[in-house]
Design a protein around this ligand. Sequence first.
Ligand code: FAD
Ligand code: UDP
Length: 365
Amino acid sequence: MKTDVLVVGAGFSGSVVSRQLADSGKTVVIIDKRSHIAGNAYDTNDKHGILVHTYGPHIFHTNSQEVFSYLSAFTKWRPYEHRVLASIDGQLLPIPINIDTVNRLYGLNLDEEGLKSYFESVRDPRDPIKTSEDAIVNIVGWDLYKKFYKGYTNKQWGLDPSELFASVAARVPVRTNHDDRYFTDTHQAMPLDGYTEMFSRMLDHPGITIRLGVEYQKIRQEYSPKHLVYTGPIDEYFDFCFGKLPYRSLFFEHEHLPTVQKFQQVGTVNYPNEHEYTRITEFKHLTGQEHSGTSIVREYPKAEGDPYYPIPRPENDELFKRYQKLAEKEKGVTFVGRLAQYRYYNMDQVVGAALSASKSILDEI
Ligand code: FAD
Ligand code: UDP
C-alpha cells in the first residue's frame, strides 16, 4: 500500500508528526495497536458518564508558547491549576513541600526567612548532586526526605532514590513560600472537551489515514513508505538485541462512587508511606465536570505490563545509548516520543520533540 509516511503510535508524538506532515502535503498512515487514538493521554466517559483518563491523570502544563499555540488550533482550554496533598503522619499536607507543609507537620510558625534558616539547619549538603537522594537531602535533610520522598519513590520505581537520577525527584521542587500549586508553568489548562477530542481534530485531515488495533510488526510488510516514524519502545523495534530496556508499569484501579459528590479536597492525594498505591486522583477536579457521583483512580506501580515510564538511572541510560546508536544508523526512520527516546517527557516536551522531528523529516523527504 502506498503512503509517503507510516507513523507507528497515535499518542502525542505520532499524532503531532502526522498532522505536521499532512499539512505539508504528505500522505500519512498512522497506526496504533490499541483500539483508540491519543496514546496514554486517552480519556473517555466511563459508564456513569464521567470523563476519566484511562491511563492515569494527565494534567497539561507548559512554559512553551509555541507548544501551547500549536495545540490551541485543536482545542479550547479550561484553566486548571493542579494541587496535591500528601498523607503524612495522619495529616494531609501540601506537596511540593512549602511553608505550610513544614509548619503544620512540626507545629511551627515559621515565616519565609525562618523556613530558609530551618532548611539550612537540617540539610545534608551534597556536592555533586547526582541522585534523587542527593537532590532532596541537600535541601530539606533526612526527616522530610523520608516522610515525603523515600517511600513514594520506593513504591513508584521499585528502587531507592539513591539509585535514580536527581532529575526524577527534582520534578517535585521544594518551596519556601505559600505556593501550593503542583506546577508553576505559564500555561496550565485542560483541553475543554478532553484529550481524545483534541487528538480527533488533530488527525482529522484528508492526508491522514488512521488504522487502529494494528501492530507494526504484523503489518510492516504491507507498506514501503518514504519514511517511517516510530514512537513505540526503541528496544522492541530492534528485537531487544541488546536486552530489554526497563520501563516501569502501572495498574490503574478505577472506581465510581455513585453517591459521593467530592471524594477528596484536591485533584490528587499522594500516599508515600501507606497502601500499595502511590496516589488517588479524582477526575472531577481536573475537568470541572458536574455530576451527582464521582470517579477516582488509584495507581499501583509494577515491573511488568505496558511500558509507561522510562527508568532514569545510569545503567539504563547506557543501554539506551547503545540502541540510540543503532537508531542513528537506521536510514529513513525517525524515533520520537517518551518510549522511543527513553526520556521521562511530559506531554508538552513530547509535542516540542515531535514538532522539531517533523521539520527534520520534511527536510529529508
Ligand atoms: P504514548 O502516549 O505512549 O504513545 C505511544 C503509542 O504507540 C501508544 O498508543 C502505543 O499503543 C503505540 N505503540 C507502541 N508500540 C506499537 C507497535 N509496535 N505497533 C503499534 N502501535 C504501537 N504528562 C504531562 O505533561 N502531564 C501529566 O500530568 C502526565 N501524567 C502522566 C501520568 C501517567 C500515569 C503516565 C504514564 C504519563 C503521564 N504523562 C504526563 C506523560 C505523557 O503520558 C507522555 O508524555 C505522552 O503521552 C507521551 O506521548 P508519546 O506519543 O510519546 O507516547
Ligand atoms: N515524588 C515523591 N513524593 C511525592 C511525589 C513525587 O517522592 O509525593 C517523587 C517520586 O520519585 C516520583 C517523582 O518524584 O516518581 C516524580 O513525581 P511526579 O508527580 O512528577 O510523577 P508522575 O506524575 O510523572 O508520575
